[in-house]
Design a protein around this ligand. Structure first.
Ligand code: ZN
Length: 290
């Protein structure tokens, strides 16, 4: 097999790994051809960590936002001002992980199903951050579980196409896929596609237009088929590409090239590189006017 050189992991949470293991995790990813990684915060603290990791590791870009699990109890208003401040001063490339999850919070064992109050708080946080992304013209990294109709309605009402972004770990049907693609969003395929029983995801992934697709691991969460969570890391995106190529009957290189060029379309390199060196306490890198 020709070694793939341009892989993309558009969604991971690198701050979840023990600090001392991160260097070797990223080295393994690079060794497997992963050239671009976007690490996403889930609240203010992990967003700050995402920015720090991106600032000190080449190939890693940062996204900041409040995840729907963290937003379910309500988000104090000043959190958004703080997020905005981080975005203005640093090399952040996206707003995320944001979104809606009407199923459950796997960490806290809380079910959102039918809990109107918790779902309302998520909706408010999502709407606020979609507005933020549009205002700052930054793509969004969007989480969606059990909430596609509400999610699509909000993205449409907020005219989210102005900022665009990624629906991460896309698990919707073909109609939802084409609606979201028409709204300018990319659909990211993750480890779920490696499960033989995930017939819906495999079916849709095999038919998505190549120019609308991205790849991810959502590591350390969402382990691949046959793995434990402890084994998931960005280098596994190679397995995702292999499965996609097998499902579609095309060469792995073709999948990898398409995904890489989609990534560059969403995150143009010049803008990334220009601000890559920025750190949290520098203020001359304001995004205003961009
Ligand atoms: Zn995630």
């Amino acid at each position: 097999m020709i070694k793939l050189q341009k892989l993309v992991d558009v969604h991971t949470h690198l701050e979840q790994y023990a600090h001392k293991t991160l260097g070797s995790i990223l080295k393994r990813a690079e060794g497997d051809g992963v050239r671009r990684i976007v690490t996403s915060g889930m609240d203010l603290d992990t967003s700050v960590l995402a920015v720090e990791i991106a600032g000190s590791h080449r190939n890693v870009l940062a996204s900041v936002g409040i995840h729907p699990w963290m937003a379910a109890d309500g988000v104090p208003e000043d959190r958004y001002d703080k997020l905005k401040e981080i975005i203005r001063k640093t090399a952040v490339v996206a707003v995320g992980e944001i979104g809606l999850d009407f199923v459950d919070n796997v960490f806290r064992g809380i079910s959102f199903r039918g809990n109107e109050q918790l779902c309302k708080a998520q909706i408010l946080a999502f709407e606020t951050q979609v507005e933020l992304a549009c205002e700052l013209r930054l793509p969004m990294i969007v989480h969606s579980r059990g909430a596609k109709p509400a999610l699509i309605e909000i993205l449409r009402n907020k005219r989210a196409h102005r900022a665009g972004g990624v629906i991460h770990n896309f698990d919707g049907n073909e109609k939802e896929a084409s609606t979201l693609l028409d709204m300018g969003f990319f659909l990211s395929i993750g480890g779920a596609v490696t499960f033989p029983e995930a017939t819906g995801v495999r079916e849709v992934s095999s038919r998505l237009p190549l120019d609308g697709m991205l790849t991810e691991t959502d590591s350390p969460y969402m382990p691949l088929y046959g793995q434990s969570t402890a084994q998931n890391e960005p280098s596994n995106v190679l397995q995702v590409v292999k499965v996609l190529s097998a499902l579609r009957g095309i060469k792995e290189e073709k999948v990898a090239e398409a995904v890489y060029s989609n990534f560059l379309a969403l995150f143009p390199p010049r803008e990334n590189e220009k601000k890559k060196g920025a750190v949290l306490n520098r203020s001359e890198t304001s995004r205003s006017g961009l």
